[in-house]
Design a protein around this ligand. Structure first.
Ligand SMILES: Cc1ncc(COP(=O)(O)O)c(C=O)c1O
Length: 366
């Protein structure tokens, strides 16, 4: 025994680069414009805020551990069987639980090259090997994913639409992906931005989950439902996978404030419609502004845009990021995604969105 040696974590953990969230603070600005985390610019539903406050005197109690009321509200809202819904502390937790339950040392976890970073991070956290499939036009490529399936593949993750690219796969393409996977591989369709999509050929994943035993759909309250700070996500699962996740999750994994505010936010259709209409107006507007500046943004269908800057010279993404910061605007660098020449910019309020576009126009003209 070597007494000088300290505890050693499991394989893979020290190799992973922790997820770095978007900046929230900016020196010199008391209230910077925060366009770095794809939050809902319009703020939380007043009904959710009221539910949150109403709970304050009860926080000495444990939450209701099965999220019964919220699962039934979700079931009614989306026409789903509540028994097949599992809630989590953000969909991040559910991504981690899927990794813990179905992957591990020796397993491979497949994802699209510019897919959400929590997929490879979650794989490394459980000692599995993340495998990135190349994309075309910053869009997931079904054939490239299928070509990388091996006998060690346990999980395939796609975000649809994807963060940070904003691109999406049609229902037909997702079905083709599923059809090409062995039945022991779990296909996770992460539809965090589903509510923002208005394309006829899009489907968030419900139909495939209903039709197969190896497909799951993840959703979140952090985006259109505007509850990112409370950490609330959910998924719709085949019964056997729901059972597995209910075994591995903590007994009180979702806090009582999130449960109460979640039900209220879900039922506040007016706030959701407002957020959707806001995005319908301002996201294409911002994307067009980026295109007009020659920044070749992706065809994003989320609540964010991804402009492409020059690799060298005055107008790089790094220079744009710094210029925006100097004007009190926070955006997201994409180096961690292997996209050092892009910035991800969330649609803000009308004023914020106009300001970021005008500031970038000034930067490009400088
Ligand atoms: C594609 C995708 N999945 C999951 C998440 C995590 O969401 P949550 O806040 O529910 O953990 C995000 C957050 O940005 C996301 O973009």
């Amino acid at each position: 025994m070597n007494a000088a040696k300290g505890p050693v974590p499991n394989a893979g953990i020290l190799d992973l680069a922790p997820y770095v969230g978007g900046d929230a603070k900016l020196d010199g600005f008391e209230r910077p414009i925060r366009l770095a985390s794809n939050e809902n610019a319009l703020g939380p539903s007043p009904k959710a805020v009221a539910a949150y406050h109403a709970l304050a005197g009860e926080i000495h109690r444990y939450p209701e551990g099965s999220a019964d009321e919220l699962r039934h509200a979700l079931g009614e809202h989306y026409g789903l069987d509540p028994a097949r819904i599992v809630c989590g502390a953000g969909s991040d937790e559910l991504i981690g639980l899927l990794q813990r339950a179905y992957s591990g040392p020796g397993a491979e976890v497949l994802y699209s090259r510019h897919g959400f970073l929590m997929y490879p991070i979650g794989a490394q956290a459980v000692g599995a090997t993340p495998v990135a499939a190349p994309e075309h036009d910053l869009t997931a490529d079904v054939d490239a994913i299928l070509a990388r399936v091996t006998e060690r593949t346990r999980l395939v993750f796609i975000a649809n639409p994807n963060n940070p690219t904003g691109t999406y796969l049609s229902a037909g393409e997702v079905a083709r992906l599923h059809a090409g996977l062995p039945s022991n591989v779990v296909l996770t369709i992460d539809a965090a931005y589903a509510e923002f999509v208005n394309r006829n050929d899009y489907e968030p994943g419900v139909k495939l989950v209903d039709a197969a035993e190896n497909v799951v759909m993840l959703r979140t309250f952090s985006k259109i439902f505007a509850l990112a700070g409370l950490r609330l996500g959910w998924g719709y699962f085949p019964p056997a996978i729901a059972d597995v996740l209910n075994r591995v999750r903590g007994p009180f994994n979702v806090n009582s404030a999130a449960l109460a505010a979640g039900v209220a936010a879900l039922n506040d259709t007016e706030s959701v419609e407002k957020a959707r209409a806001h995005n319908d107006r301002w996201q294409p507007w911002l994307n067009e502004r980026m295109a007009a500046l020659g920044l070749n943004p992706t065809a994003s269908v989320g609540n964010f845009v991804l402009p492409h800057f020059a690799e060298t010279g005055k107008h790089t993404a790094t220079a744009a990021f710094a210029f925006l910061q100097s004007r009190g605007i926070l955006t997201r660098k994409m180096n961690g995604y292997g996209l050092p020449n892009h910035l991800r910019i969330t649609v803000g309020t009308a004023e914020e969105t106009e300001k970021v576009a005008a500031t970038l126009a000034e930067f490009m003209g400088s």
